[in-house]
Design a binder for this molecule. Structure first.
Ligand code: FAD
Length: 322
């Protein structure tokens, strides 16, 4: 089976053992396990990884500081050496259950069939509507100190309150440098939280933030509603998230509410509530960075492959424990 890199050059609709929707950290890691079993696997990807706004990705085993696009290109090149792997540079728009598995249709209207699906299409960050924020996302407006904190260590840091987890973020970020916590119209922290924030030397600004200022993407400070400019080098904030695709919804996979938005429910073997549909990466709970997404994808790929042989793995586990 040839390895393809574009929808145009793809001329057959083989019944794959697995279709992976989303070819980034989770999807490519899962696909690698399936590929190495020798089973035919197709990866459909639209090349919009969540961290594409950042020039460098940090903390990934053996690839610290590498560009996200280069990391993914390397992983694709590794997979491209397996003749049972097919790539489609495309966006999957529909999926449905059928007699012997699933169908997946792309934006171009091509339909492919597989026994199992691995959903790894990630999430999209929804940012507060704040002038100057979008163009600094991943550069000086940051979501995670483990990903980008070291690069701003000791600098003037801010944390924008966006929800109940923001005080926790402010306490955490204060390990990287002096923090100003911007309440920005969010409820005032309770006495205990306030004491903790003060105990970490965190300054609290009550006024609403109206803009991020400086020569973008650099940040020189945040402008407050009362007119003051608070000098800053980086601003941390959490985002809301939404699924990058509604395919899980079309298939009837159940969701649960995470801290930032909806996530796909999976069992201990990474299967969603729809038998035969597996999920990995940021669209599932307890995954927060590229390393975790890759590890999650590996496990999902292994589980998906074994389910082709043994059937549902939770049943297998039950037999083993009897
Ligand atoms: C600004 C920013 C910087 C970050 N920096 C770091 C860092 O330095 N280190 C780190 O470890 N983590 C970092 N992260 C977190 C990291 O980006 C995610 O944890 C990781 O990308 C999740 O991997 P994933 O494979 O689950 O999803 P993604 O990487 O988001 O990949 C999903 C893939 O699916 C594709 N897709 C979506 N919908 C469809 C569809 N319908 N059909 C086909 N394909 C589809 C997308 O195009 C994309 O290629 C950062 C996050 C952000 C927001």
């Amino acid at each position: 089976m040839p390895s393809q890199t574009s929808a145009e050059s793809h001329s057959f609709a083989a019944p794959y053992d697995a279709i992976v929707i989303g070819g980034s950290y989770a999807g490519l890691s899962g696909a690698m396990q399936i590929a190495r079993s020798g089973r035919p696997v197709c990866i459909i990807d639209s090349s919009q990884p969540r961290n594409r706004f950042a020039a460098h990705s940090h903390g990934f085993f053996g690839q610290d500081g590498q560009g996200p696009a280069q990391m993914i290109a390397q992983a694709r090149a590794d997979l491209g050496r397996y003749p049972n792997v097919t790539f489609l540079d495309a966006r999957a728009t529909a999926a449905a259950q059928e007699d012997s598995g699933f169908s997946v249709t792309t934006e171009a209207g091509e339909t492919f069939h597989a026994k199992k699906l691995l959903l790894a299409y990630g999430v999209v960050d929804i940012l507060p509507d704040l002038p100057g924020l979008k163009e600094r996302w991943g550069i000086t407006a940051l979501h995670c100190p483990y990903c980008h904190g070291y690069e701003v260590k000791g600098a003037r840091l801010g944390v924008l309150s966006v929800g109940p987890f923001s005080p926790h973020q402010a306490l955490l970020i204060s390990d990287w440098g002096p923090v100003t916590y911007f309440l920005n119209g969010q409820p005032h922290p309770d006495e205990l939280t306030l004491a903790k924030l003060k105990g970490r030397g965190i300054k609290i600004e009550k006024s609403v933030v109206t803009a991020l200022e400086g020569e973008s993407p650099a940040l020189s400070g945040v402008r407050l509603e009362d007119g003051r400019l608070i000098p800053l080098d980086a601003l941390f904030l959490g985002s809301r998230i939404r699924f990058a695709s509604d395919i899980a919804g079309q298939l009837g996979c159940a969701t649960e509410e995470g801290m930032q938005g909806p996530l796909l429910q999976t069992d201990a073997f990474k299967q969603t509530t729809v038998p035969g549909v597996y999920a990995a990466g940021d669209l599932t709970p307890r995954v927060a960075n590229a390393s975790m997404a890759a590890a999650d994808g590996v496990f999902a790929g292994v589980c998906l492959h074994q389910s082709l042989i043994f059937g549902p793995l939770d049943a297998l586990e039950k037999v083993a424990s009897d």
